[in-house]
Write a protein that binds this ligand. Structure first.
Ligand code: ZN
Length: 396
């Protein structure tokens, strides 16, 4: 005898809807009932009925908040269990975050890395930092349900290995997931930085509620992530969105990848600070951003020109994918409209199919935390694949 509901019956449908809703709560943390209806595709009445049942059984609770100036009630899982760890290995920095199932940040630390950091010593550091942070919040390493690791390189979604040649020297062919899961004994997911930031912005930030998004990460190098019809588009080998290697100057410099005149050779940090060698010799990307924000005309010009060049490449993506919005993040985006204005204008000039503003170009909301928050969200998805699949109606 089995007590499983028959497929297609009323009770199996109700159970599937319930799982879908619980899956969405695991993905998004605290969320309103209106948003729950949007991301699960269930009707408002069904969401309301299921939430009442779950409140009755104590599986969820509610908390009051303010959304767009109005009072709203957030629904969340009542007893978060397990921890998710996000790790962002950047070109010059390392950031590790420990979060709970409600996607609250419990502990976080960032460290500078040497420019040519090695994979083995960096992964050693990552493992030690995870243990440290977990102890700091009085938990044990056994409570870590999953780890998401974000790298500044394309990652093959089938293998978790770095897939671009020459883009992250020393890391190609290294099974980062295996190395780290041996040390911390939790499932590890490896992801590209722009894609991880897109996941965070679409679940918790500027692209919340949008199902067709291009996320542009303008930092030391430039890359993009794409959400198409609510699903991540990584391509076959994870190369999709590597706009830093689109040719913008046929007579330009040779890129890391071996091609000539890639976007990165024109708007990468080295190229930008090199343009300032006469007026502001020896500055870093961080200095450039700070000086532009303080009104330095040369630095503002460099950032604005970079915005226009990036915009001309993103316009191509916008024509290919017709997104609802383009979200711009990364260190260069901390200059706000200095970068965004010319970037928006370059897209508008090339994508004028509808007369009104065809594509909204928005600043990212999560700042330097976007990648690591996306990584932690992936860690929870990896720890609970069933619930993750149940919420496929939302952002994947
Ligand atoms: Zn290139």
């Amino acid at each position: 005898m089995t007590t499983r509901p028959m497929p297609g019956s009323q009770s199996s449908l109700r159970e599937a809807n319930r799982q879908r809703l619980l899956g969405a709560l695991e993905r998004y943390g605290a969320i309103t009932q209106v948003e729950l209806a949007e991301v699960t595709g269930l009707s408002a009445a069904t969401v309301s009925t299921i939430v009442k049942e779950l409140l009755g059984t104590g599986e969820v609770d509610t908390r009051n908040t303010v959304r767009s100036g109005r009072r709203a009630q957030l629904v969340r899982l009542a007893q978060p269990s397990g921890l998710g760890v996000g790790v962002h290995v950047g070109r010059r920095s390392l950031r590790v975050l420990v979060g709970d199932q409600q996607h609250d940040v419990l502990a976080e630390r960032s460290l500078p890395l040497p420019g040519d950091h090695r994979v083995d010593t960096t992964l050693d550091r990552v493992a030690l930092l995870i243990v440290d942070l977990v102890e700091q919040i009085g938990s044990s390493i056994d409570e870590v349900g999953g780890i998401g690791v974000v790298l500044p390189a394309p990652v093959d979604p089938r293998t978790g290995l770095v897939s671009g040649r020459g883009v992250l020297s020393g890391w190609e062919g290294v099974a980062v997931g295996e190395v780290l899961s041996r040390r911390v004994r939790a499932p590890v997911v490896v992801e590209n930085d722009a894609t991880a930031a897109l996941i965070a912005e679409s679940r918790f930030g500027a692209a919340r509620g949008c199902s067709d998004v291009v996320y542009v990460r303008a930092s030391h190098l430039t890359g993009a992530g794409m959400l198409v019809g609510g699903r991540l588009h990584r391509g076959r080998r994870g190369i999709a969105g590597e706009i830093g290697h689109v040719e913008v100057d046929a007579a330009g410099a040779i890129c890391q990848c071996g091609s000539r005149g890639c976007l990165n050779t024109v708007v990468g940090a080295d190229a930008l600070v090199d343009l300032l060698r006469i007026s502001r010799s020896g500055i870093t990307l961080r200095d450039l951003v700070a000086l532009a924000n303080e009104g330095d005309p040369g630095c503002r010009q460099v950032v604005a020109d970079a915005g226009a060049t990036i915009g001309s490449v993103v316009a191509g993506l916008a024509l290919a994918f017709d997104p609802e919005c383009v979200v711009v993040g990364g260190e260069l985006a901390e200059t706000g409209e200095i970068l965004l204005g010319p970037l928006r204008e370059a897209i508008r000039r090339r994508v004028m199919l509808t007369g009104d503003e065809a594509v909204r170009v928005l600043p990212a909301e999560l700042g330097q935390r976007a990648e690591v928050r996306g990584a932690a969200a992936l860690a929870f998805d990896a720890a609970r694949p069933v619930a993750g699949a149940a919420a496929q109606g939302g952002v994947s």
